[in-house]
Design a protein around this ligand. Structure first.
Ligand code: FES
Ligand code: FES
Length: 222
């Protein structure tokens, strides 16, 4: 009897076979990068034909191949939002998107927002509302804001907070970031928003820092 059984009533097992050969994988030796793939990315209206490593992220491709360093590298895990760009008008964390997956698509980065020498209204609002300190998170915050407006998700104050919750700011500039978005969208703060903003300001020490700076200036300190 040639059939192998595993016990009473148990069905015969399939013999274990070696996996089918995959010629593409067989060509890849440890330490040897896979073959580059041709892609066409249209970035800020300009078409780029590139040969990219299939493992390359959109973020690295923008920063290292196209020298567009506005999108920032923060966590590289999709958690901080610093790398946010628009792909076909929708928000994408570019550290988690493969460049090859963006073949043929339209990418917009912070460098492509201004038009005709004029800042995008949200960029101007960030300046007017003093919505940044170190500025590292700012391109991602602005791209998220532009994206959420384009996606029709700027409905009320709560939705602004909710939609921006994936964009972290280590400097705690959240109250002013929200103020910039409210100015641009015309959305009024929710009744309890000021209280929440005060808590954020207190947590970030914003008022203490401003007071110390004023005191130092008043005393002519170094
Ligand atoms: S660097 Fe992409 S989400 Fe943080
Ligand atoms: S302004 Fe510094 S991290 Fe947001």
């Amino acid at each position: 009897m040639s059939e192998t059984t595993t016990g009473a009533g148990a069905p015969a097992r399939e013999p274990v076979r070696a996996p089918a050969r995959d010629s593409a994988r067989d060509d890849a030796s440890p330490g040897v990068p896979p073959a580059a793939h041709p892609v066409r990315l249209t970035v800020n209206g300009e078409a780029h034909d590139l040969a990219v490593d299939p493992r390359a992220t959109l973020l690295d491709t923008l920063r290292e191949r196209l020298r567009l360093t506005g999108a920032k590298k923060g966590c590289e895990h999709g958690s901080c939002g610093a790398c946010t760009v628009l792909v076909d008008g929708r928000r994408v964390v570019s550290c988690l998107a493969l460049a090859v997956a963006c073949d043929g698509r339209e990418v917009t980065t912070i460098e492509g927002l201004a038009a005709g020498g004029r800042l995008h209204p949200l960029q101007q609002a960030f300046l007017d509302a003093d919505a940044f300190q170190c500025g590292y998170c700012t391109p991602g915050q602005i791209m998220s804001g532009v994206g959420l407006m384009a996606e029709g998700r700027a409905r009320d104050d709560a939705s602004l907070r909710d939609e921006l919750s994936g964009n972290l700011c280590r400097c705690g500039a959240y109250p002013n970031i929200l103020a910039a978005l409210r100015r641009t969208t015309g959305i009024e703060p929710a009744p309890d928003a000021t209280r929440g903003d005060d808590r954020l300001r207190a947590a970030a020490g914003v008022d203490e820092i401003a007071r110390d700076a004023r005191d130092g200036a008043g005393q002519g300190g170094a």
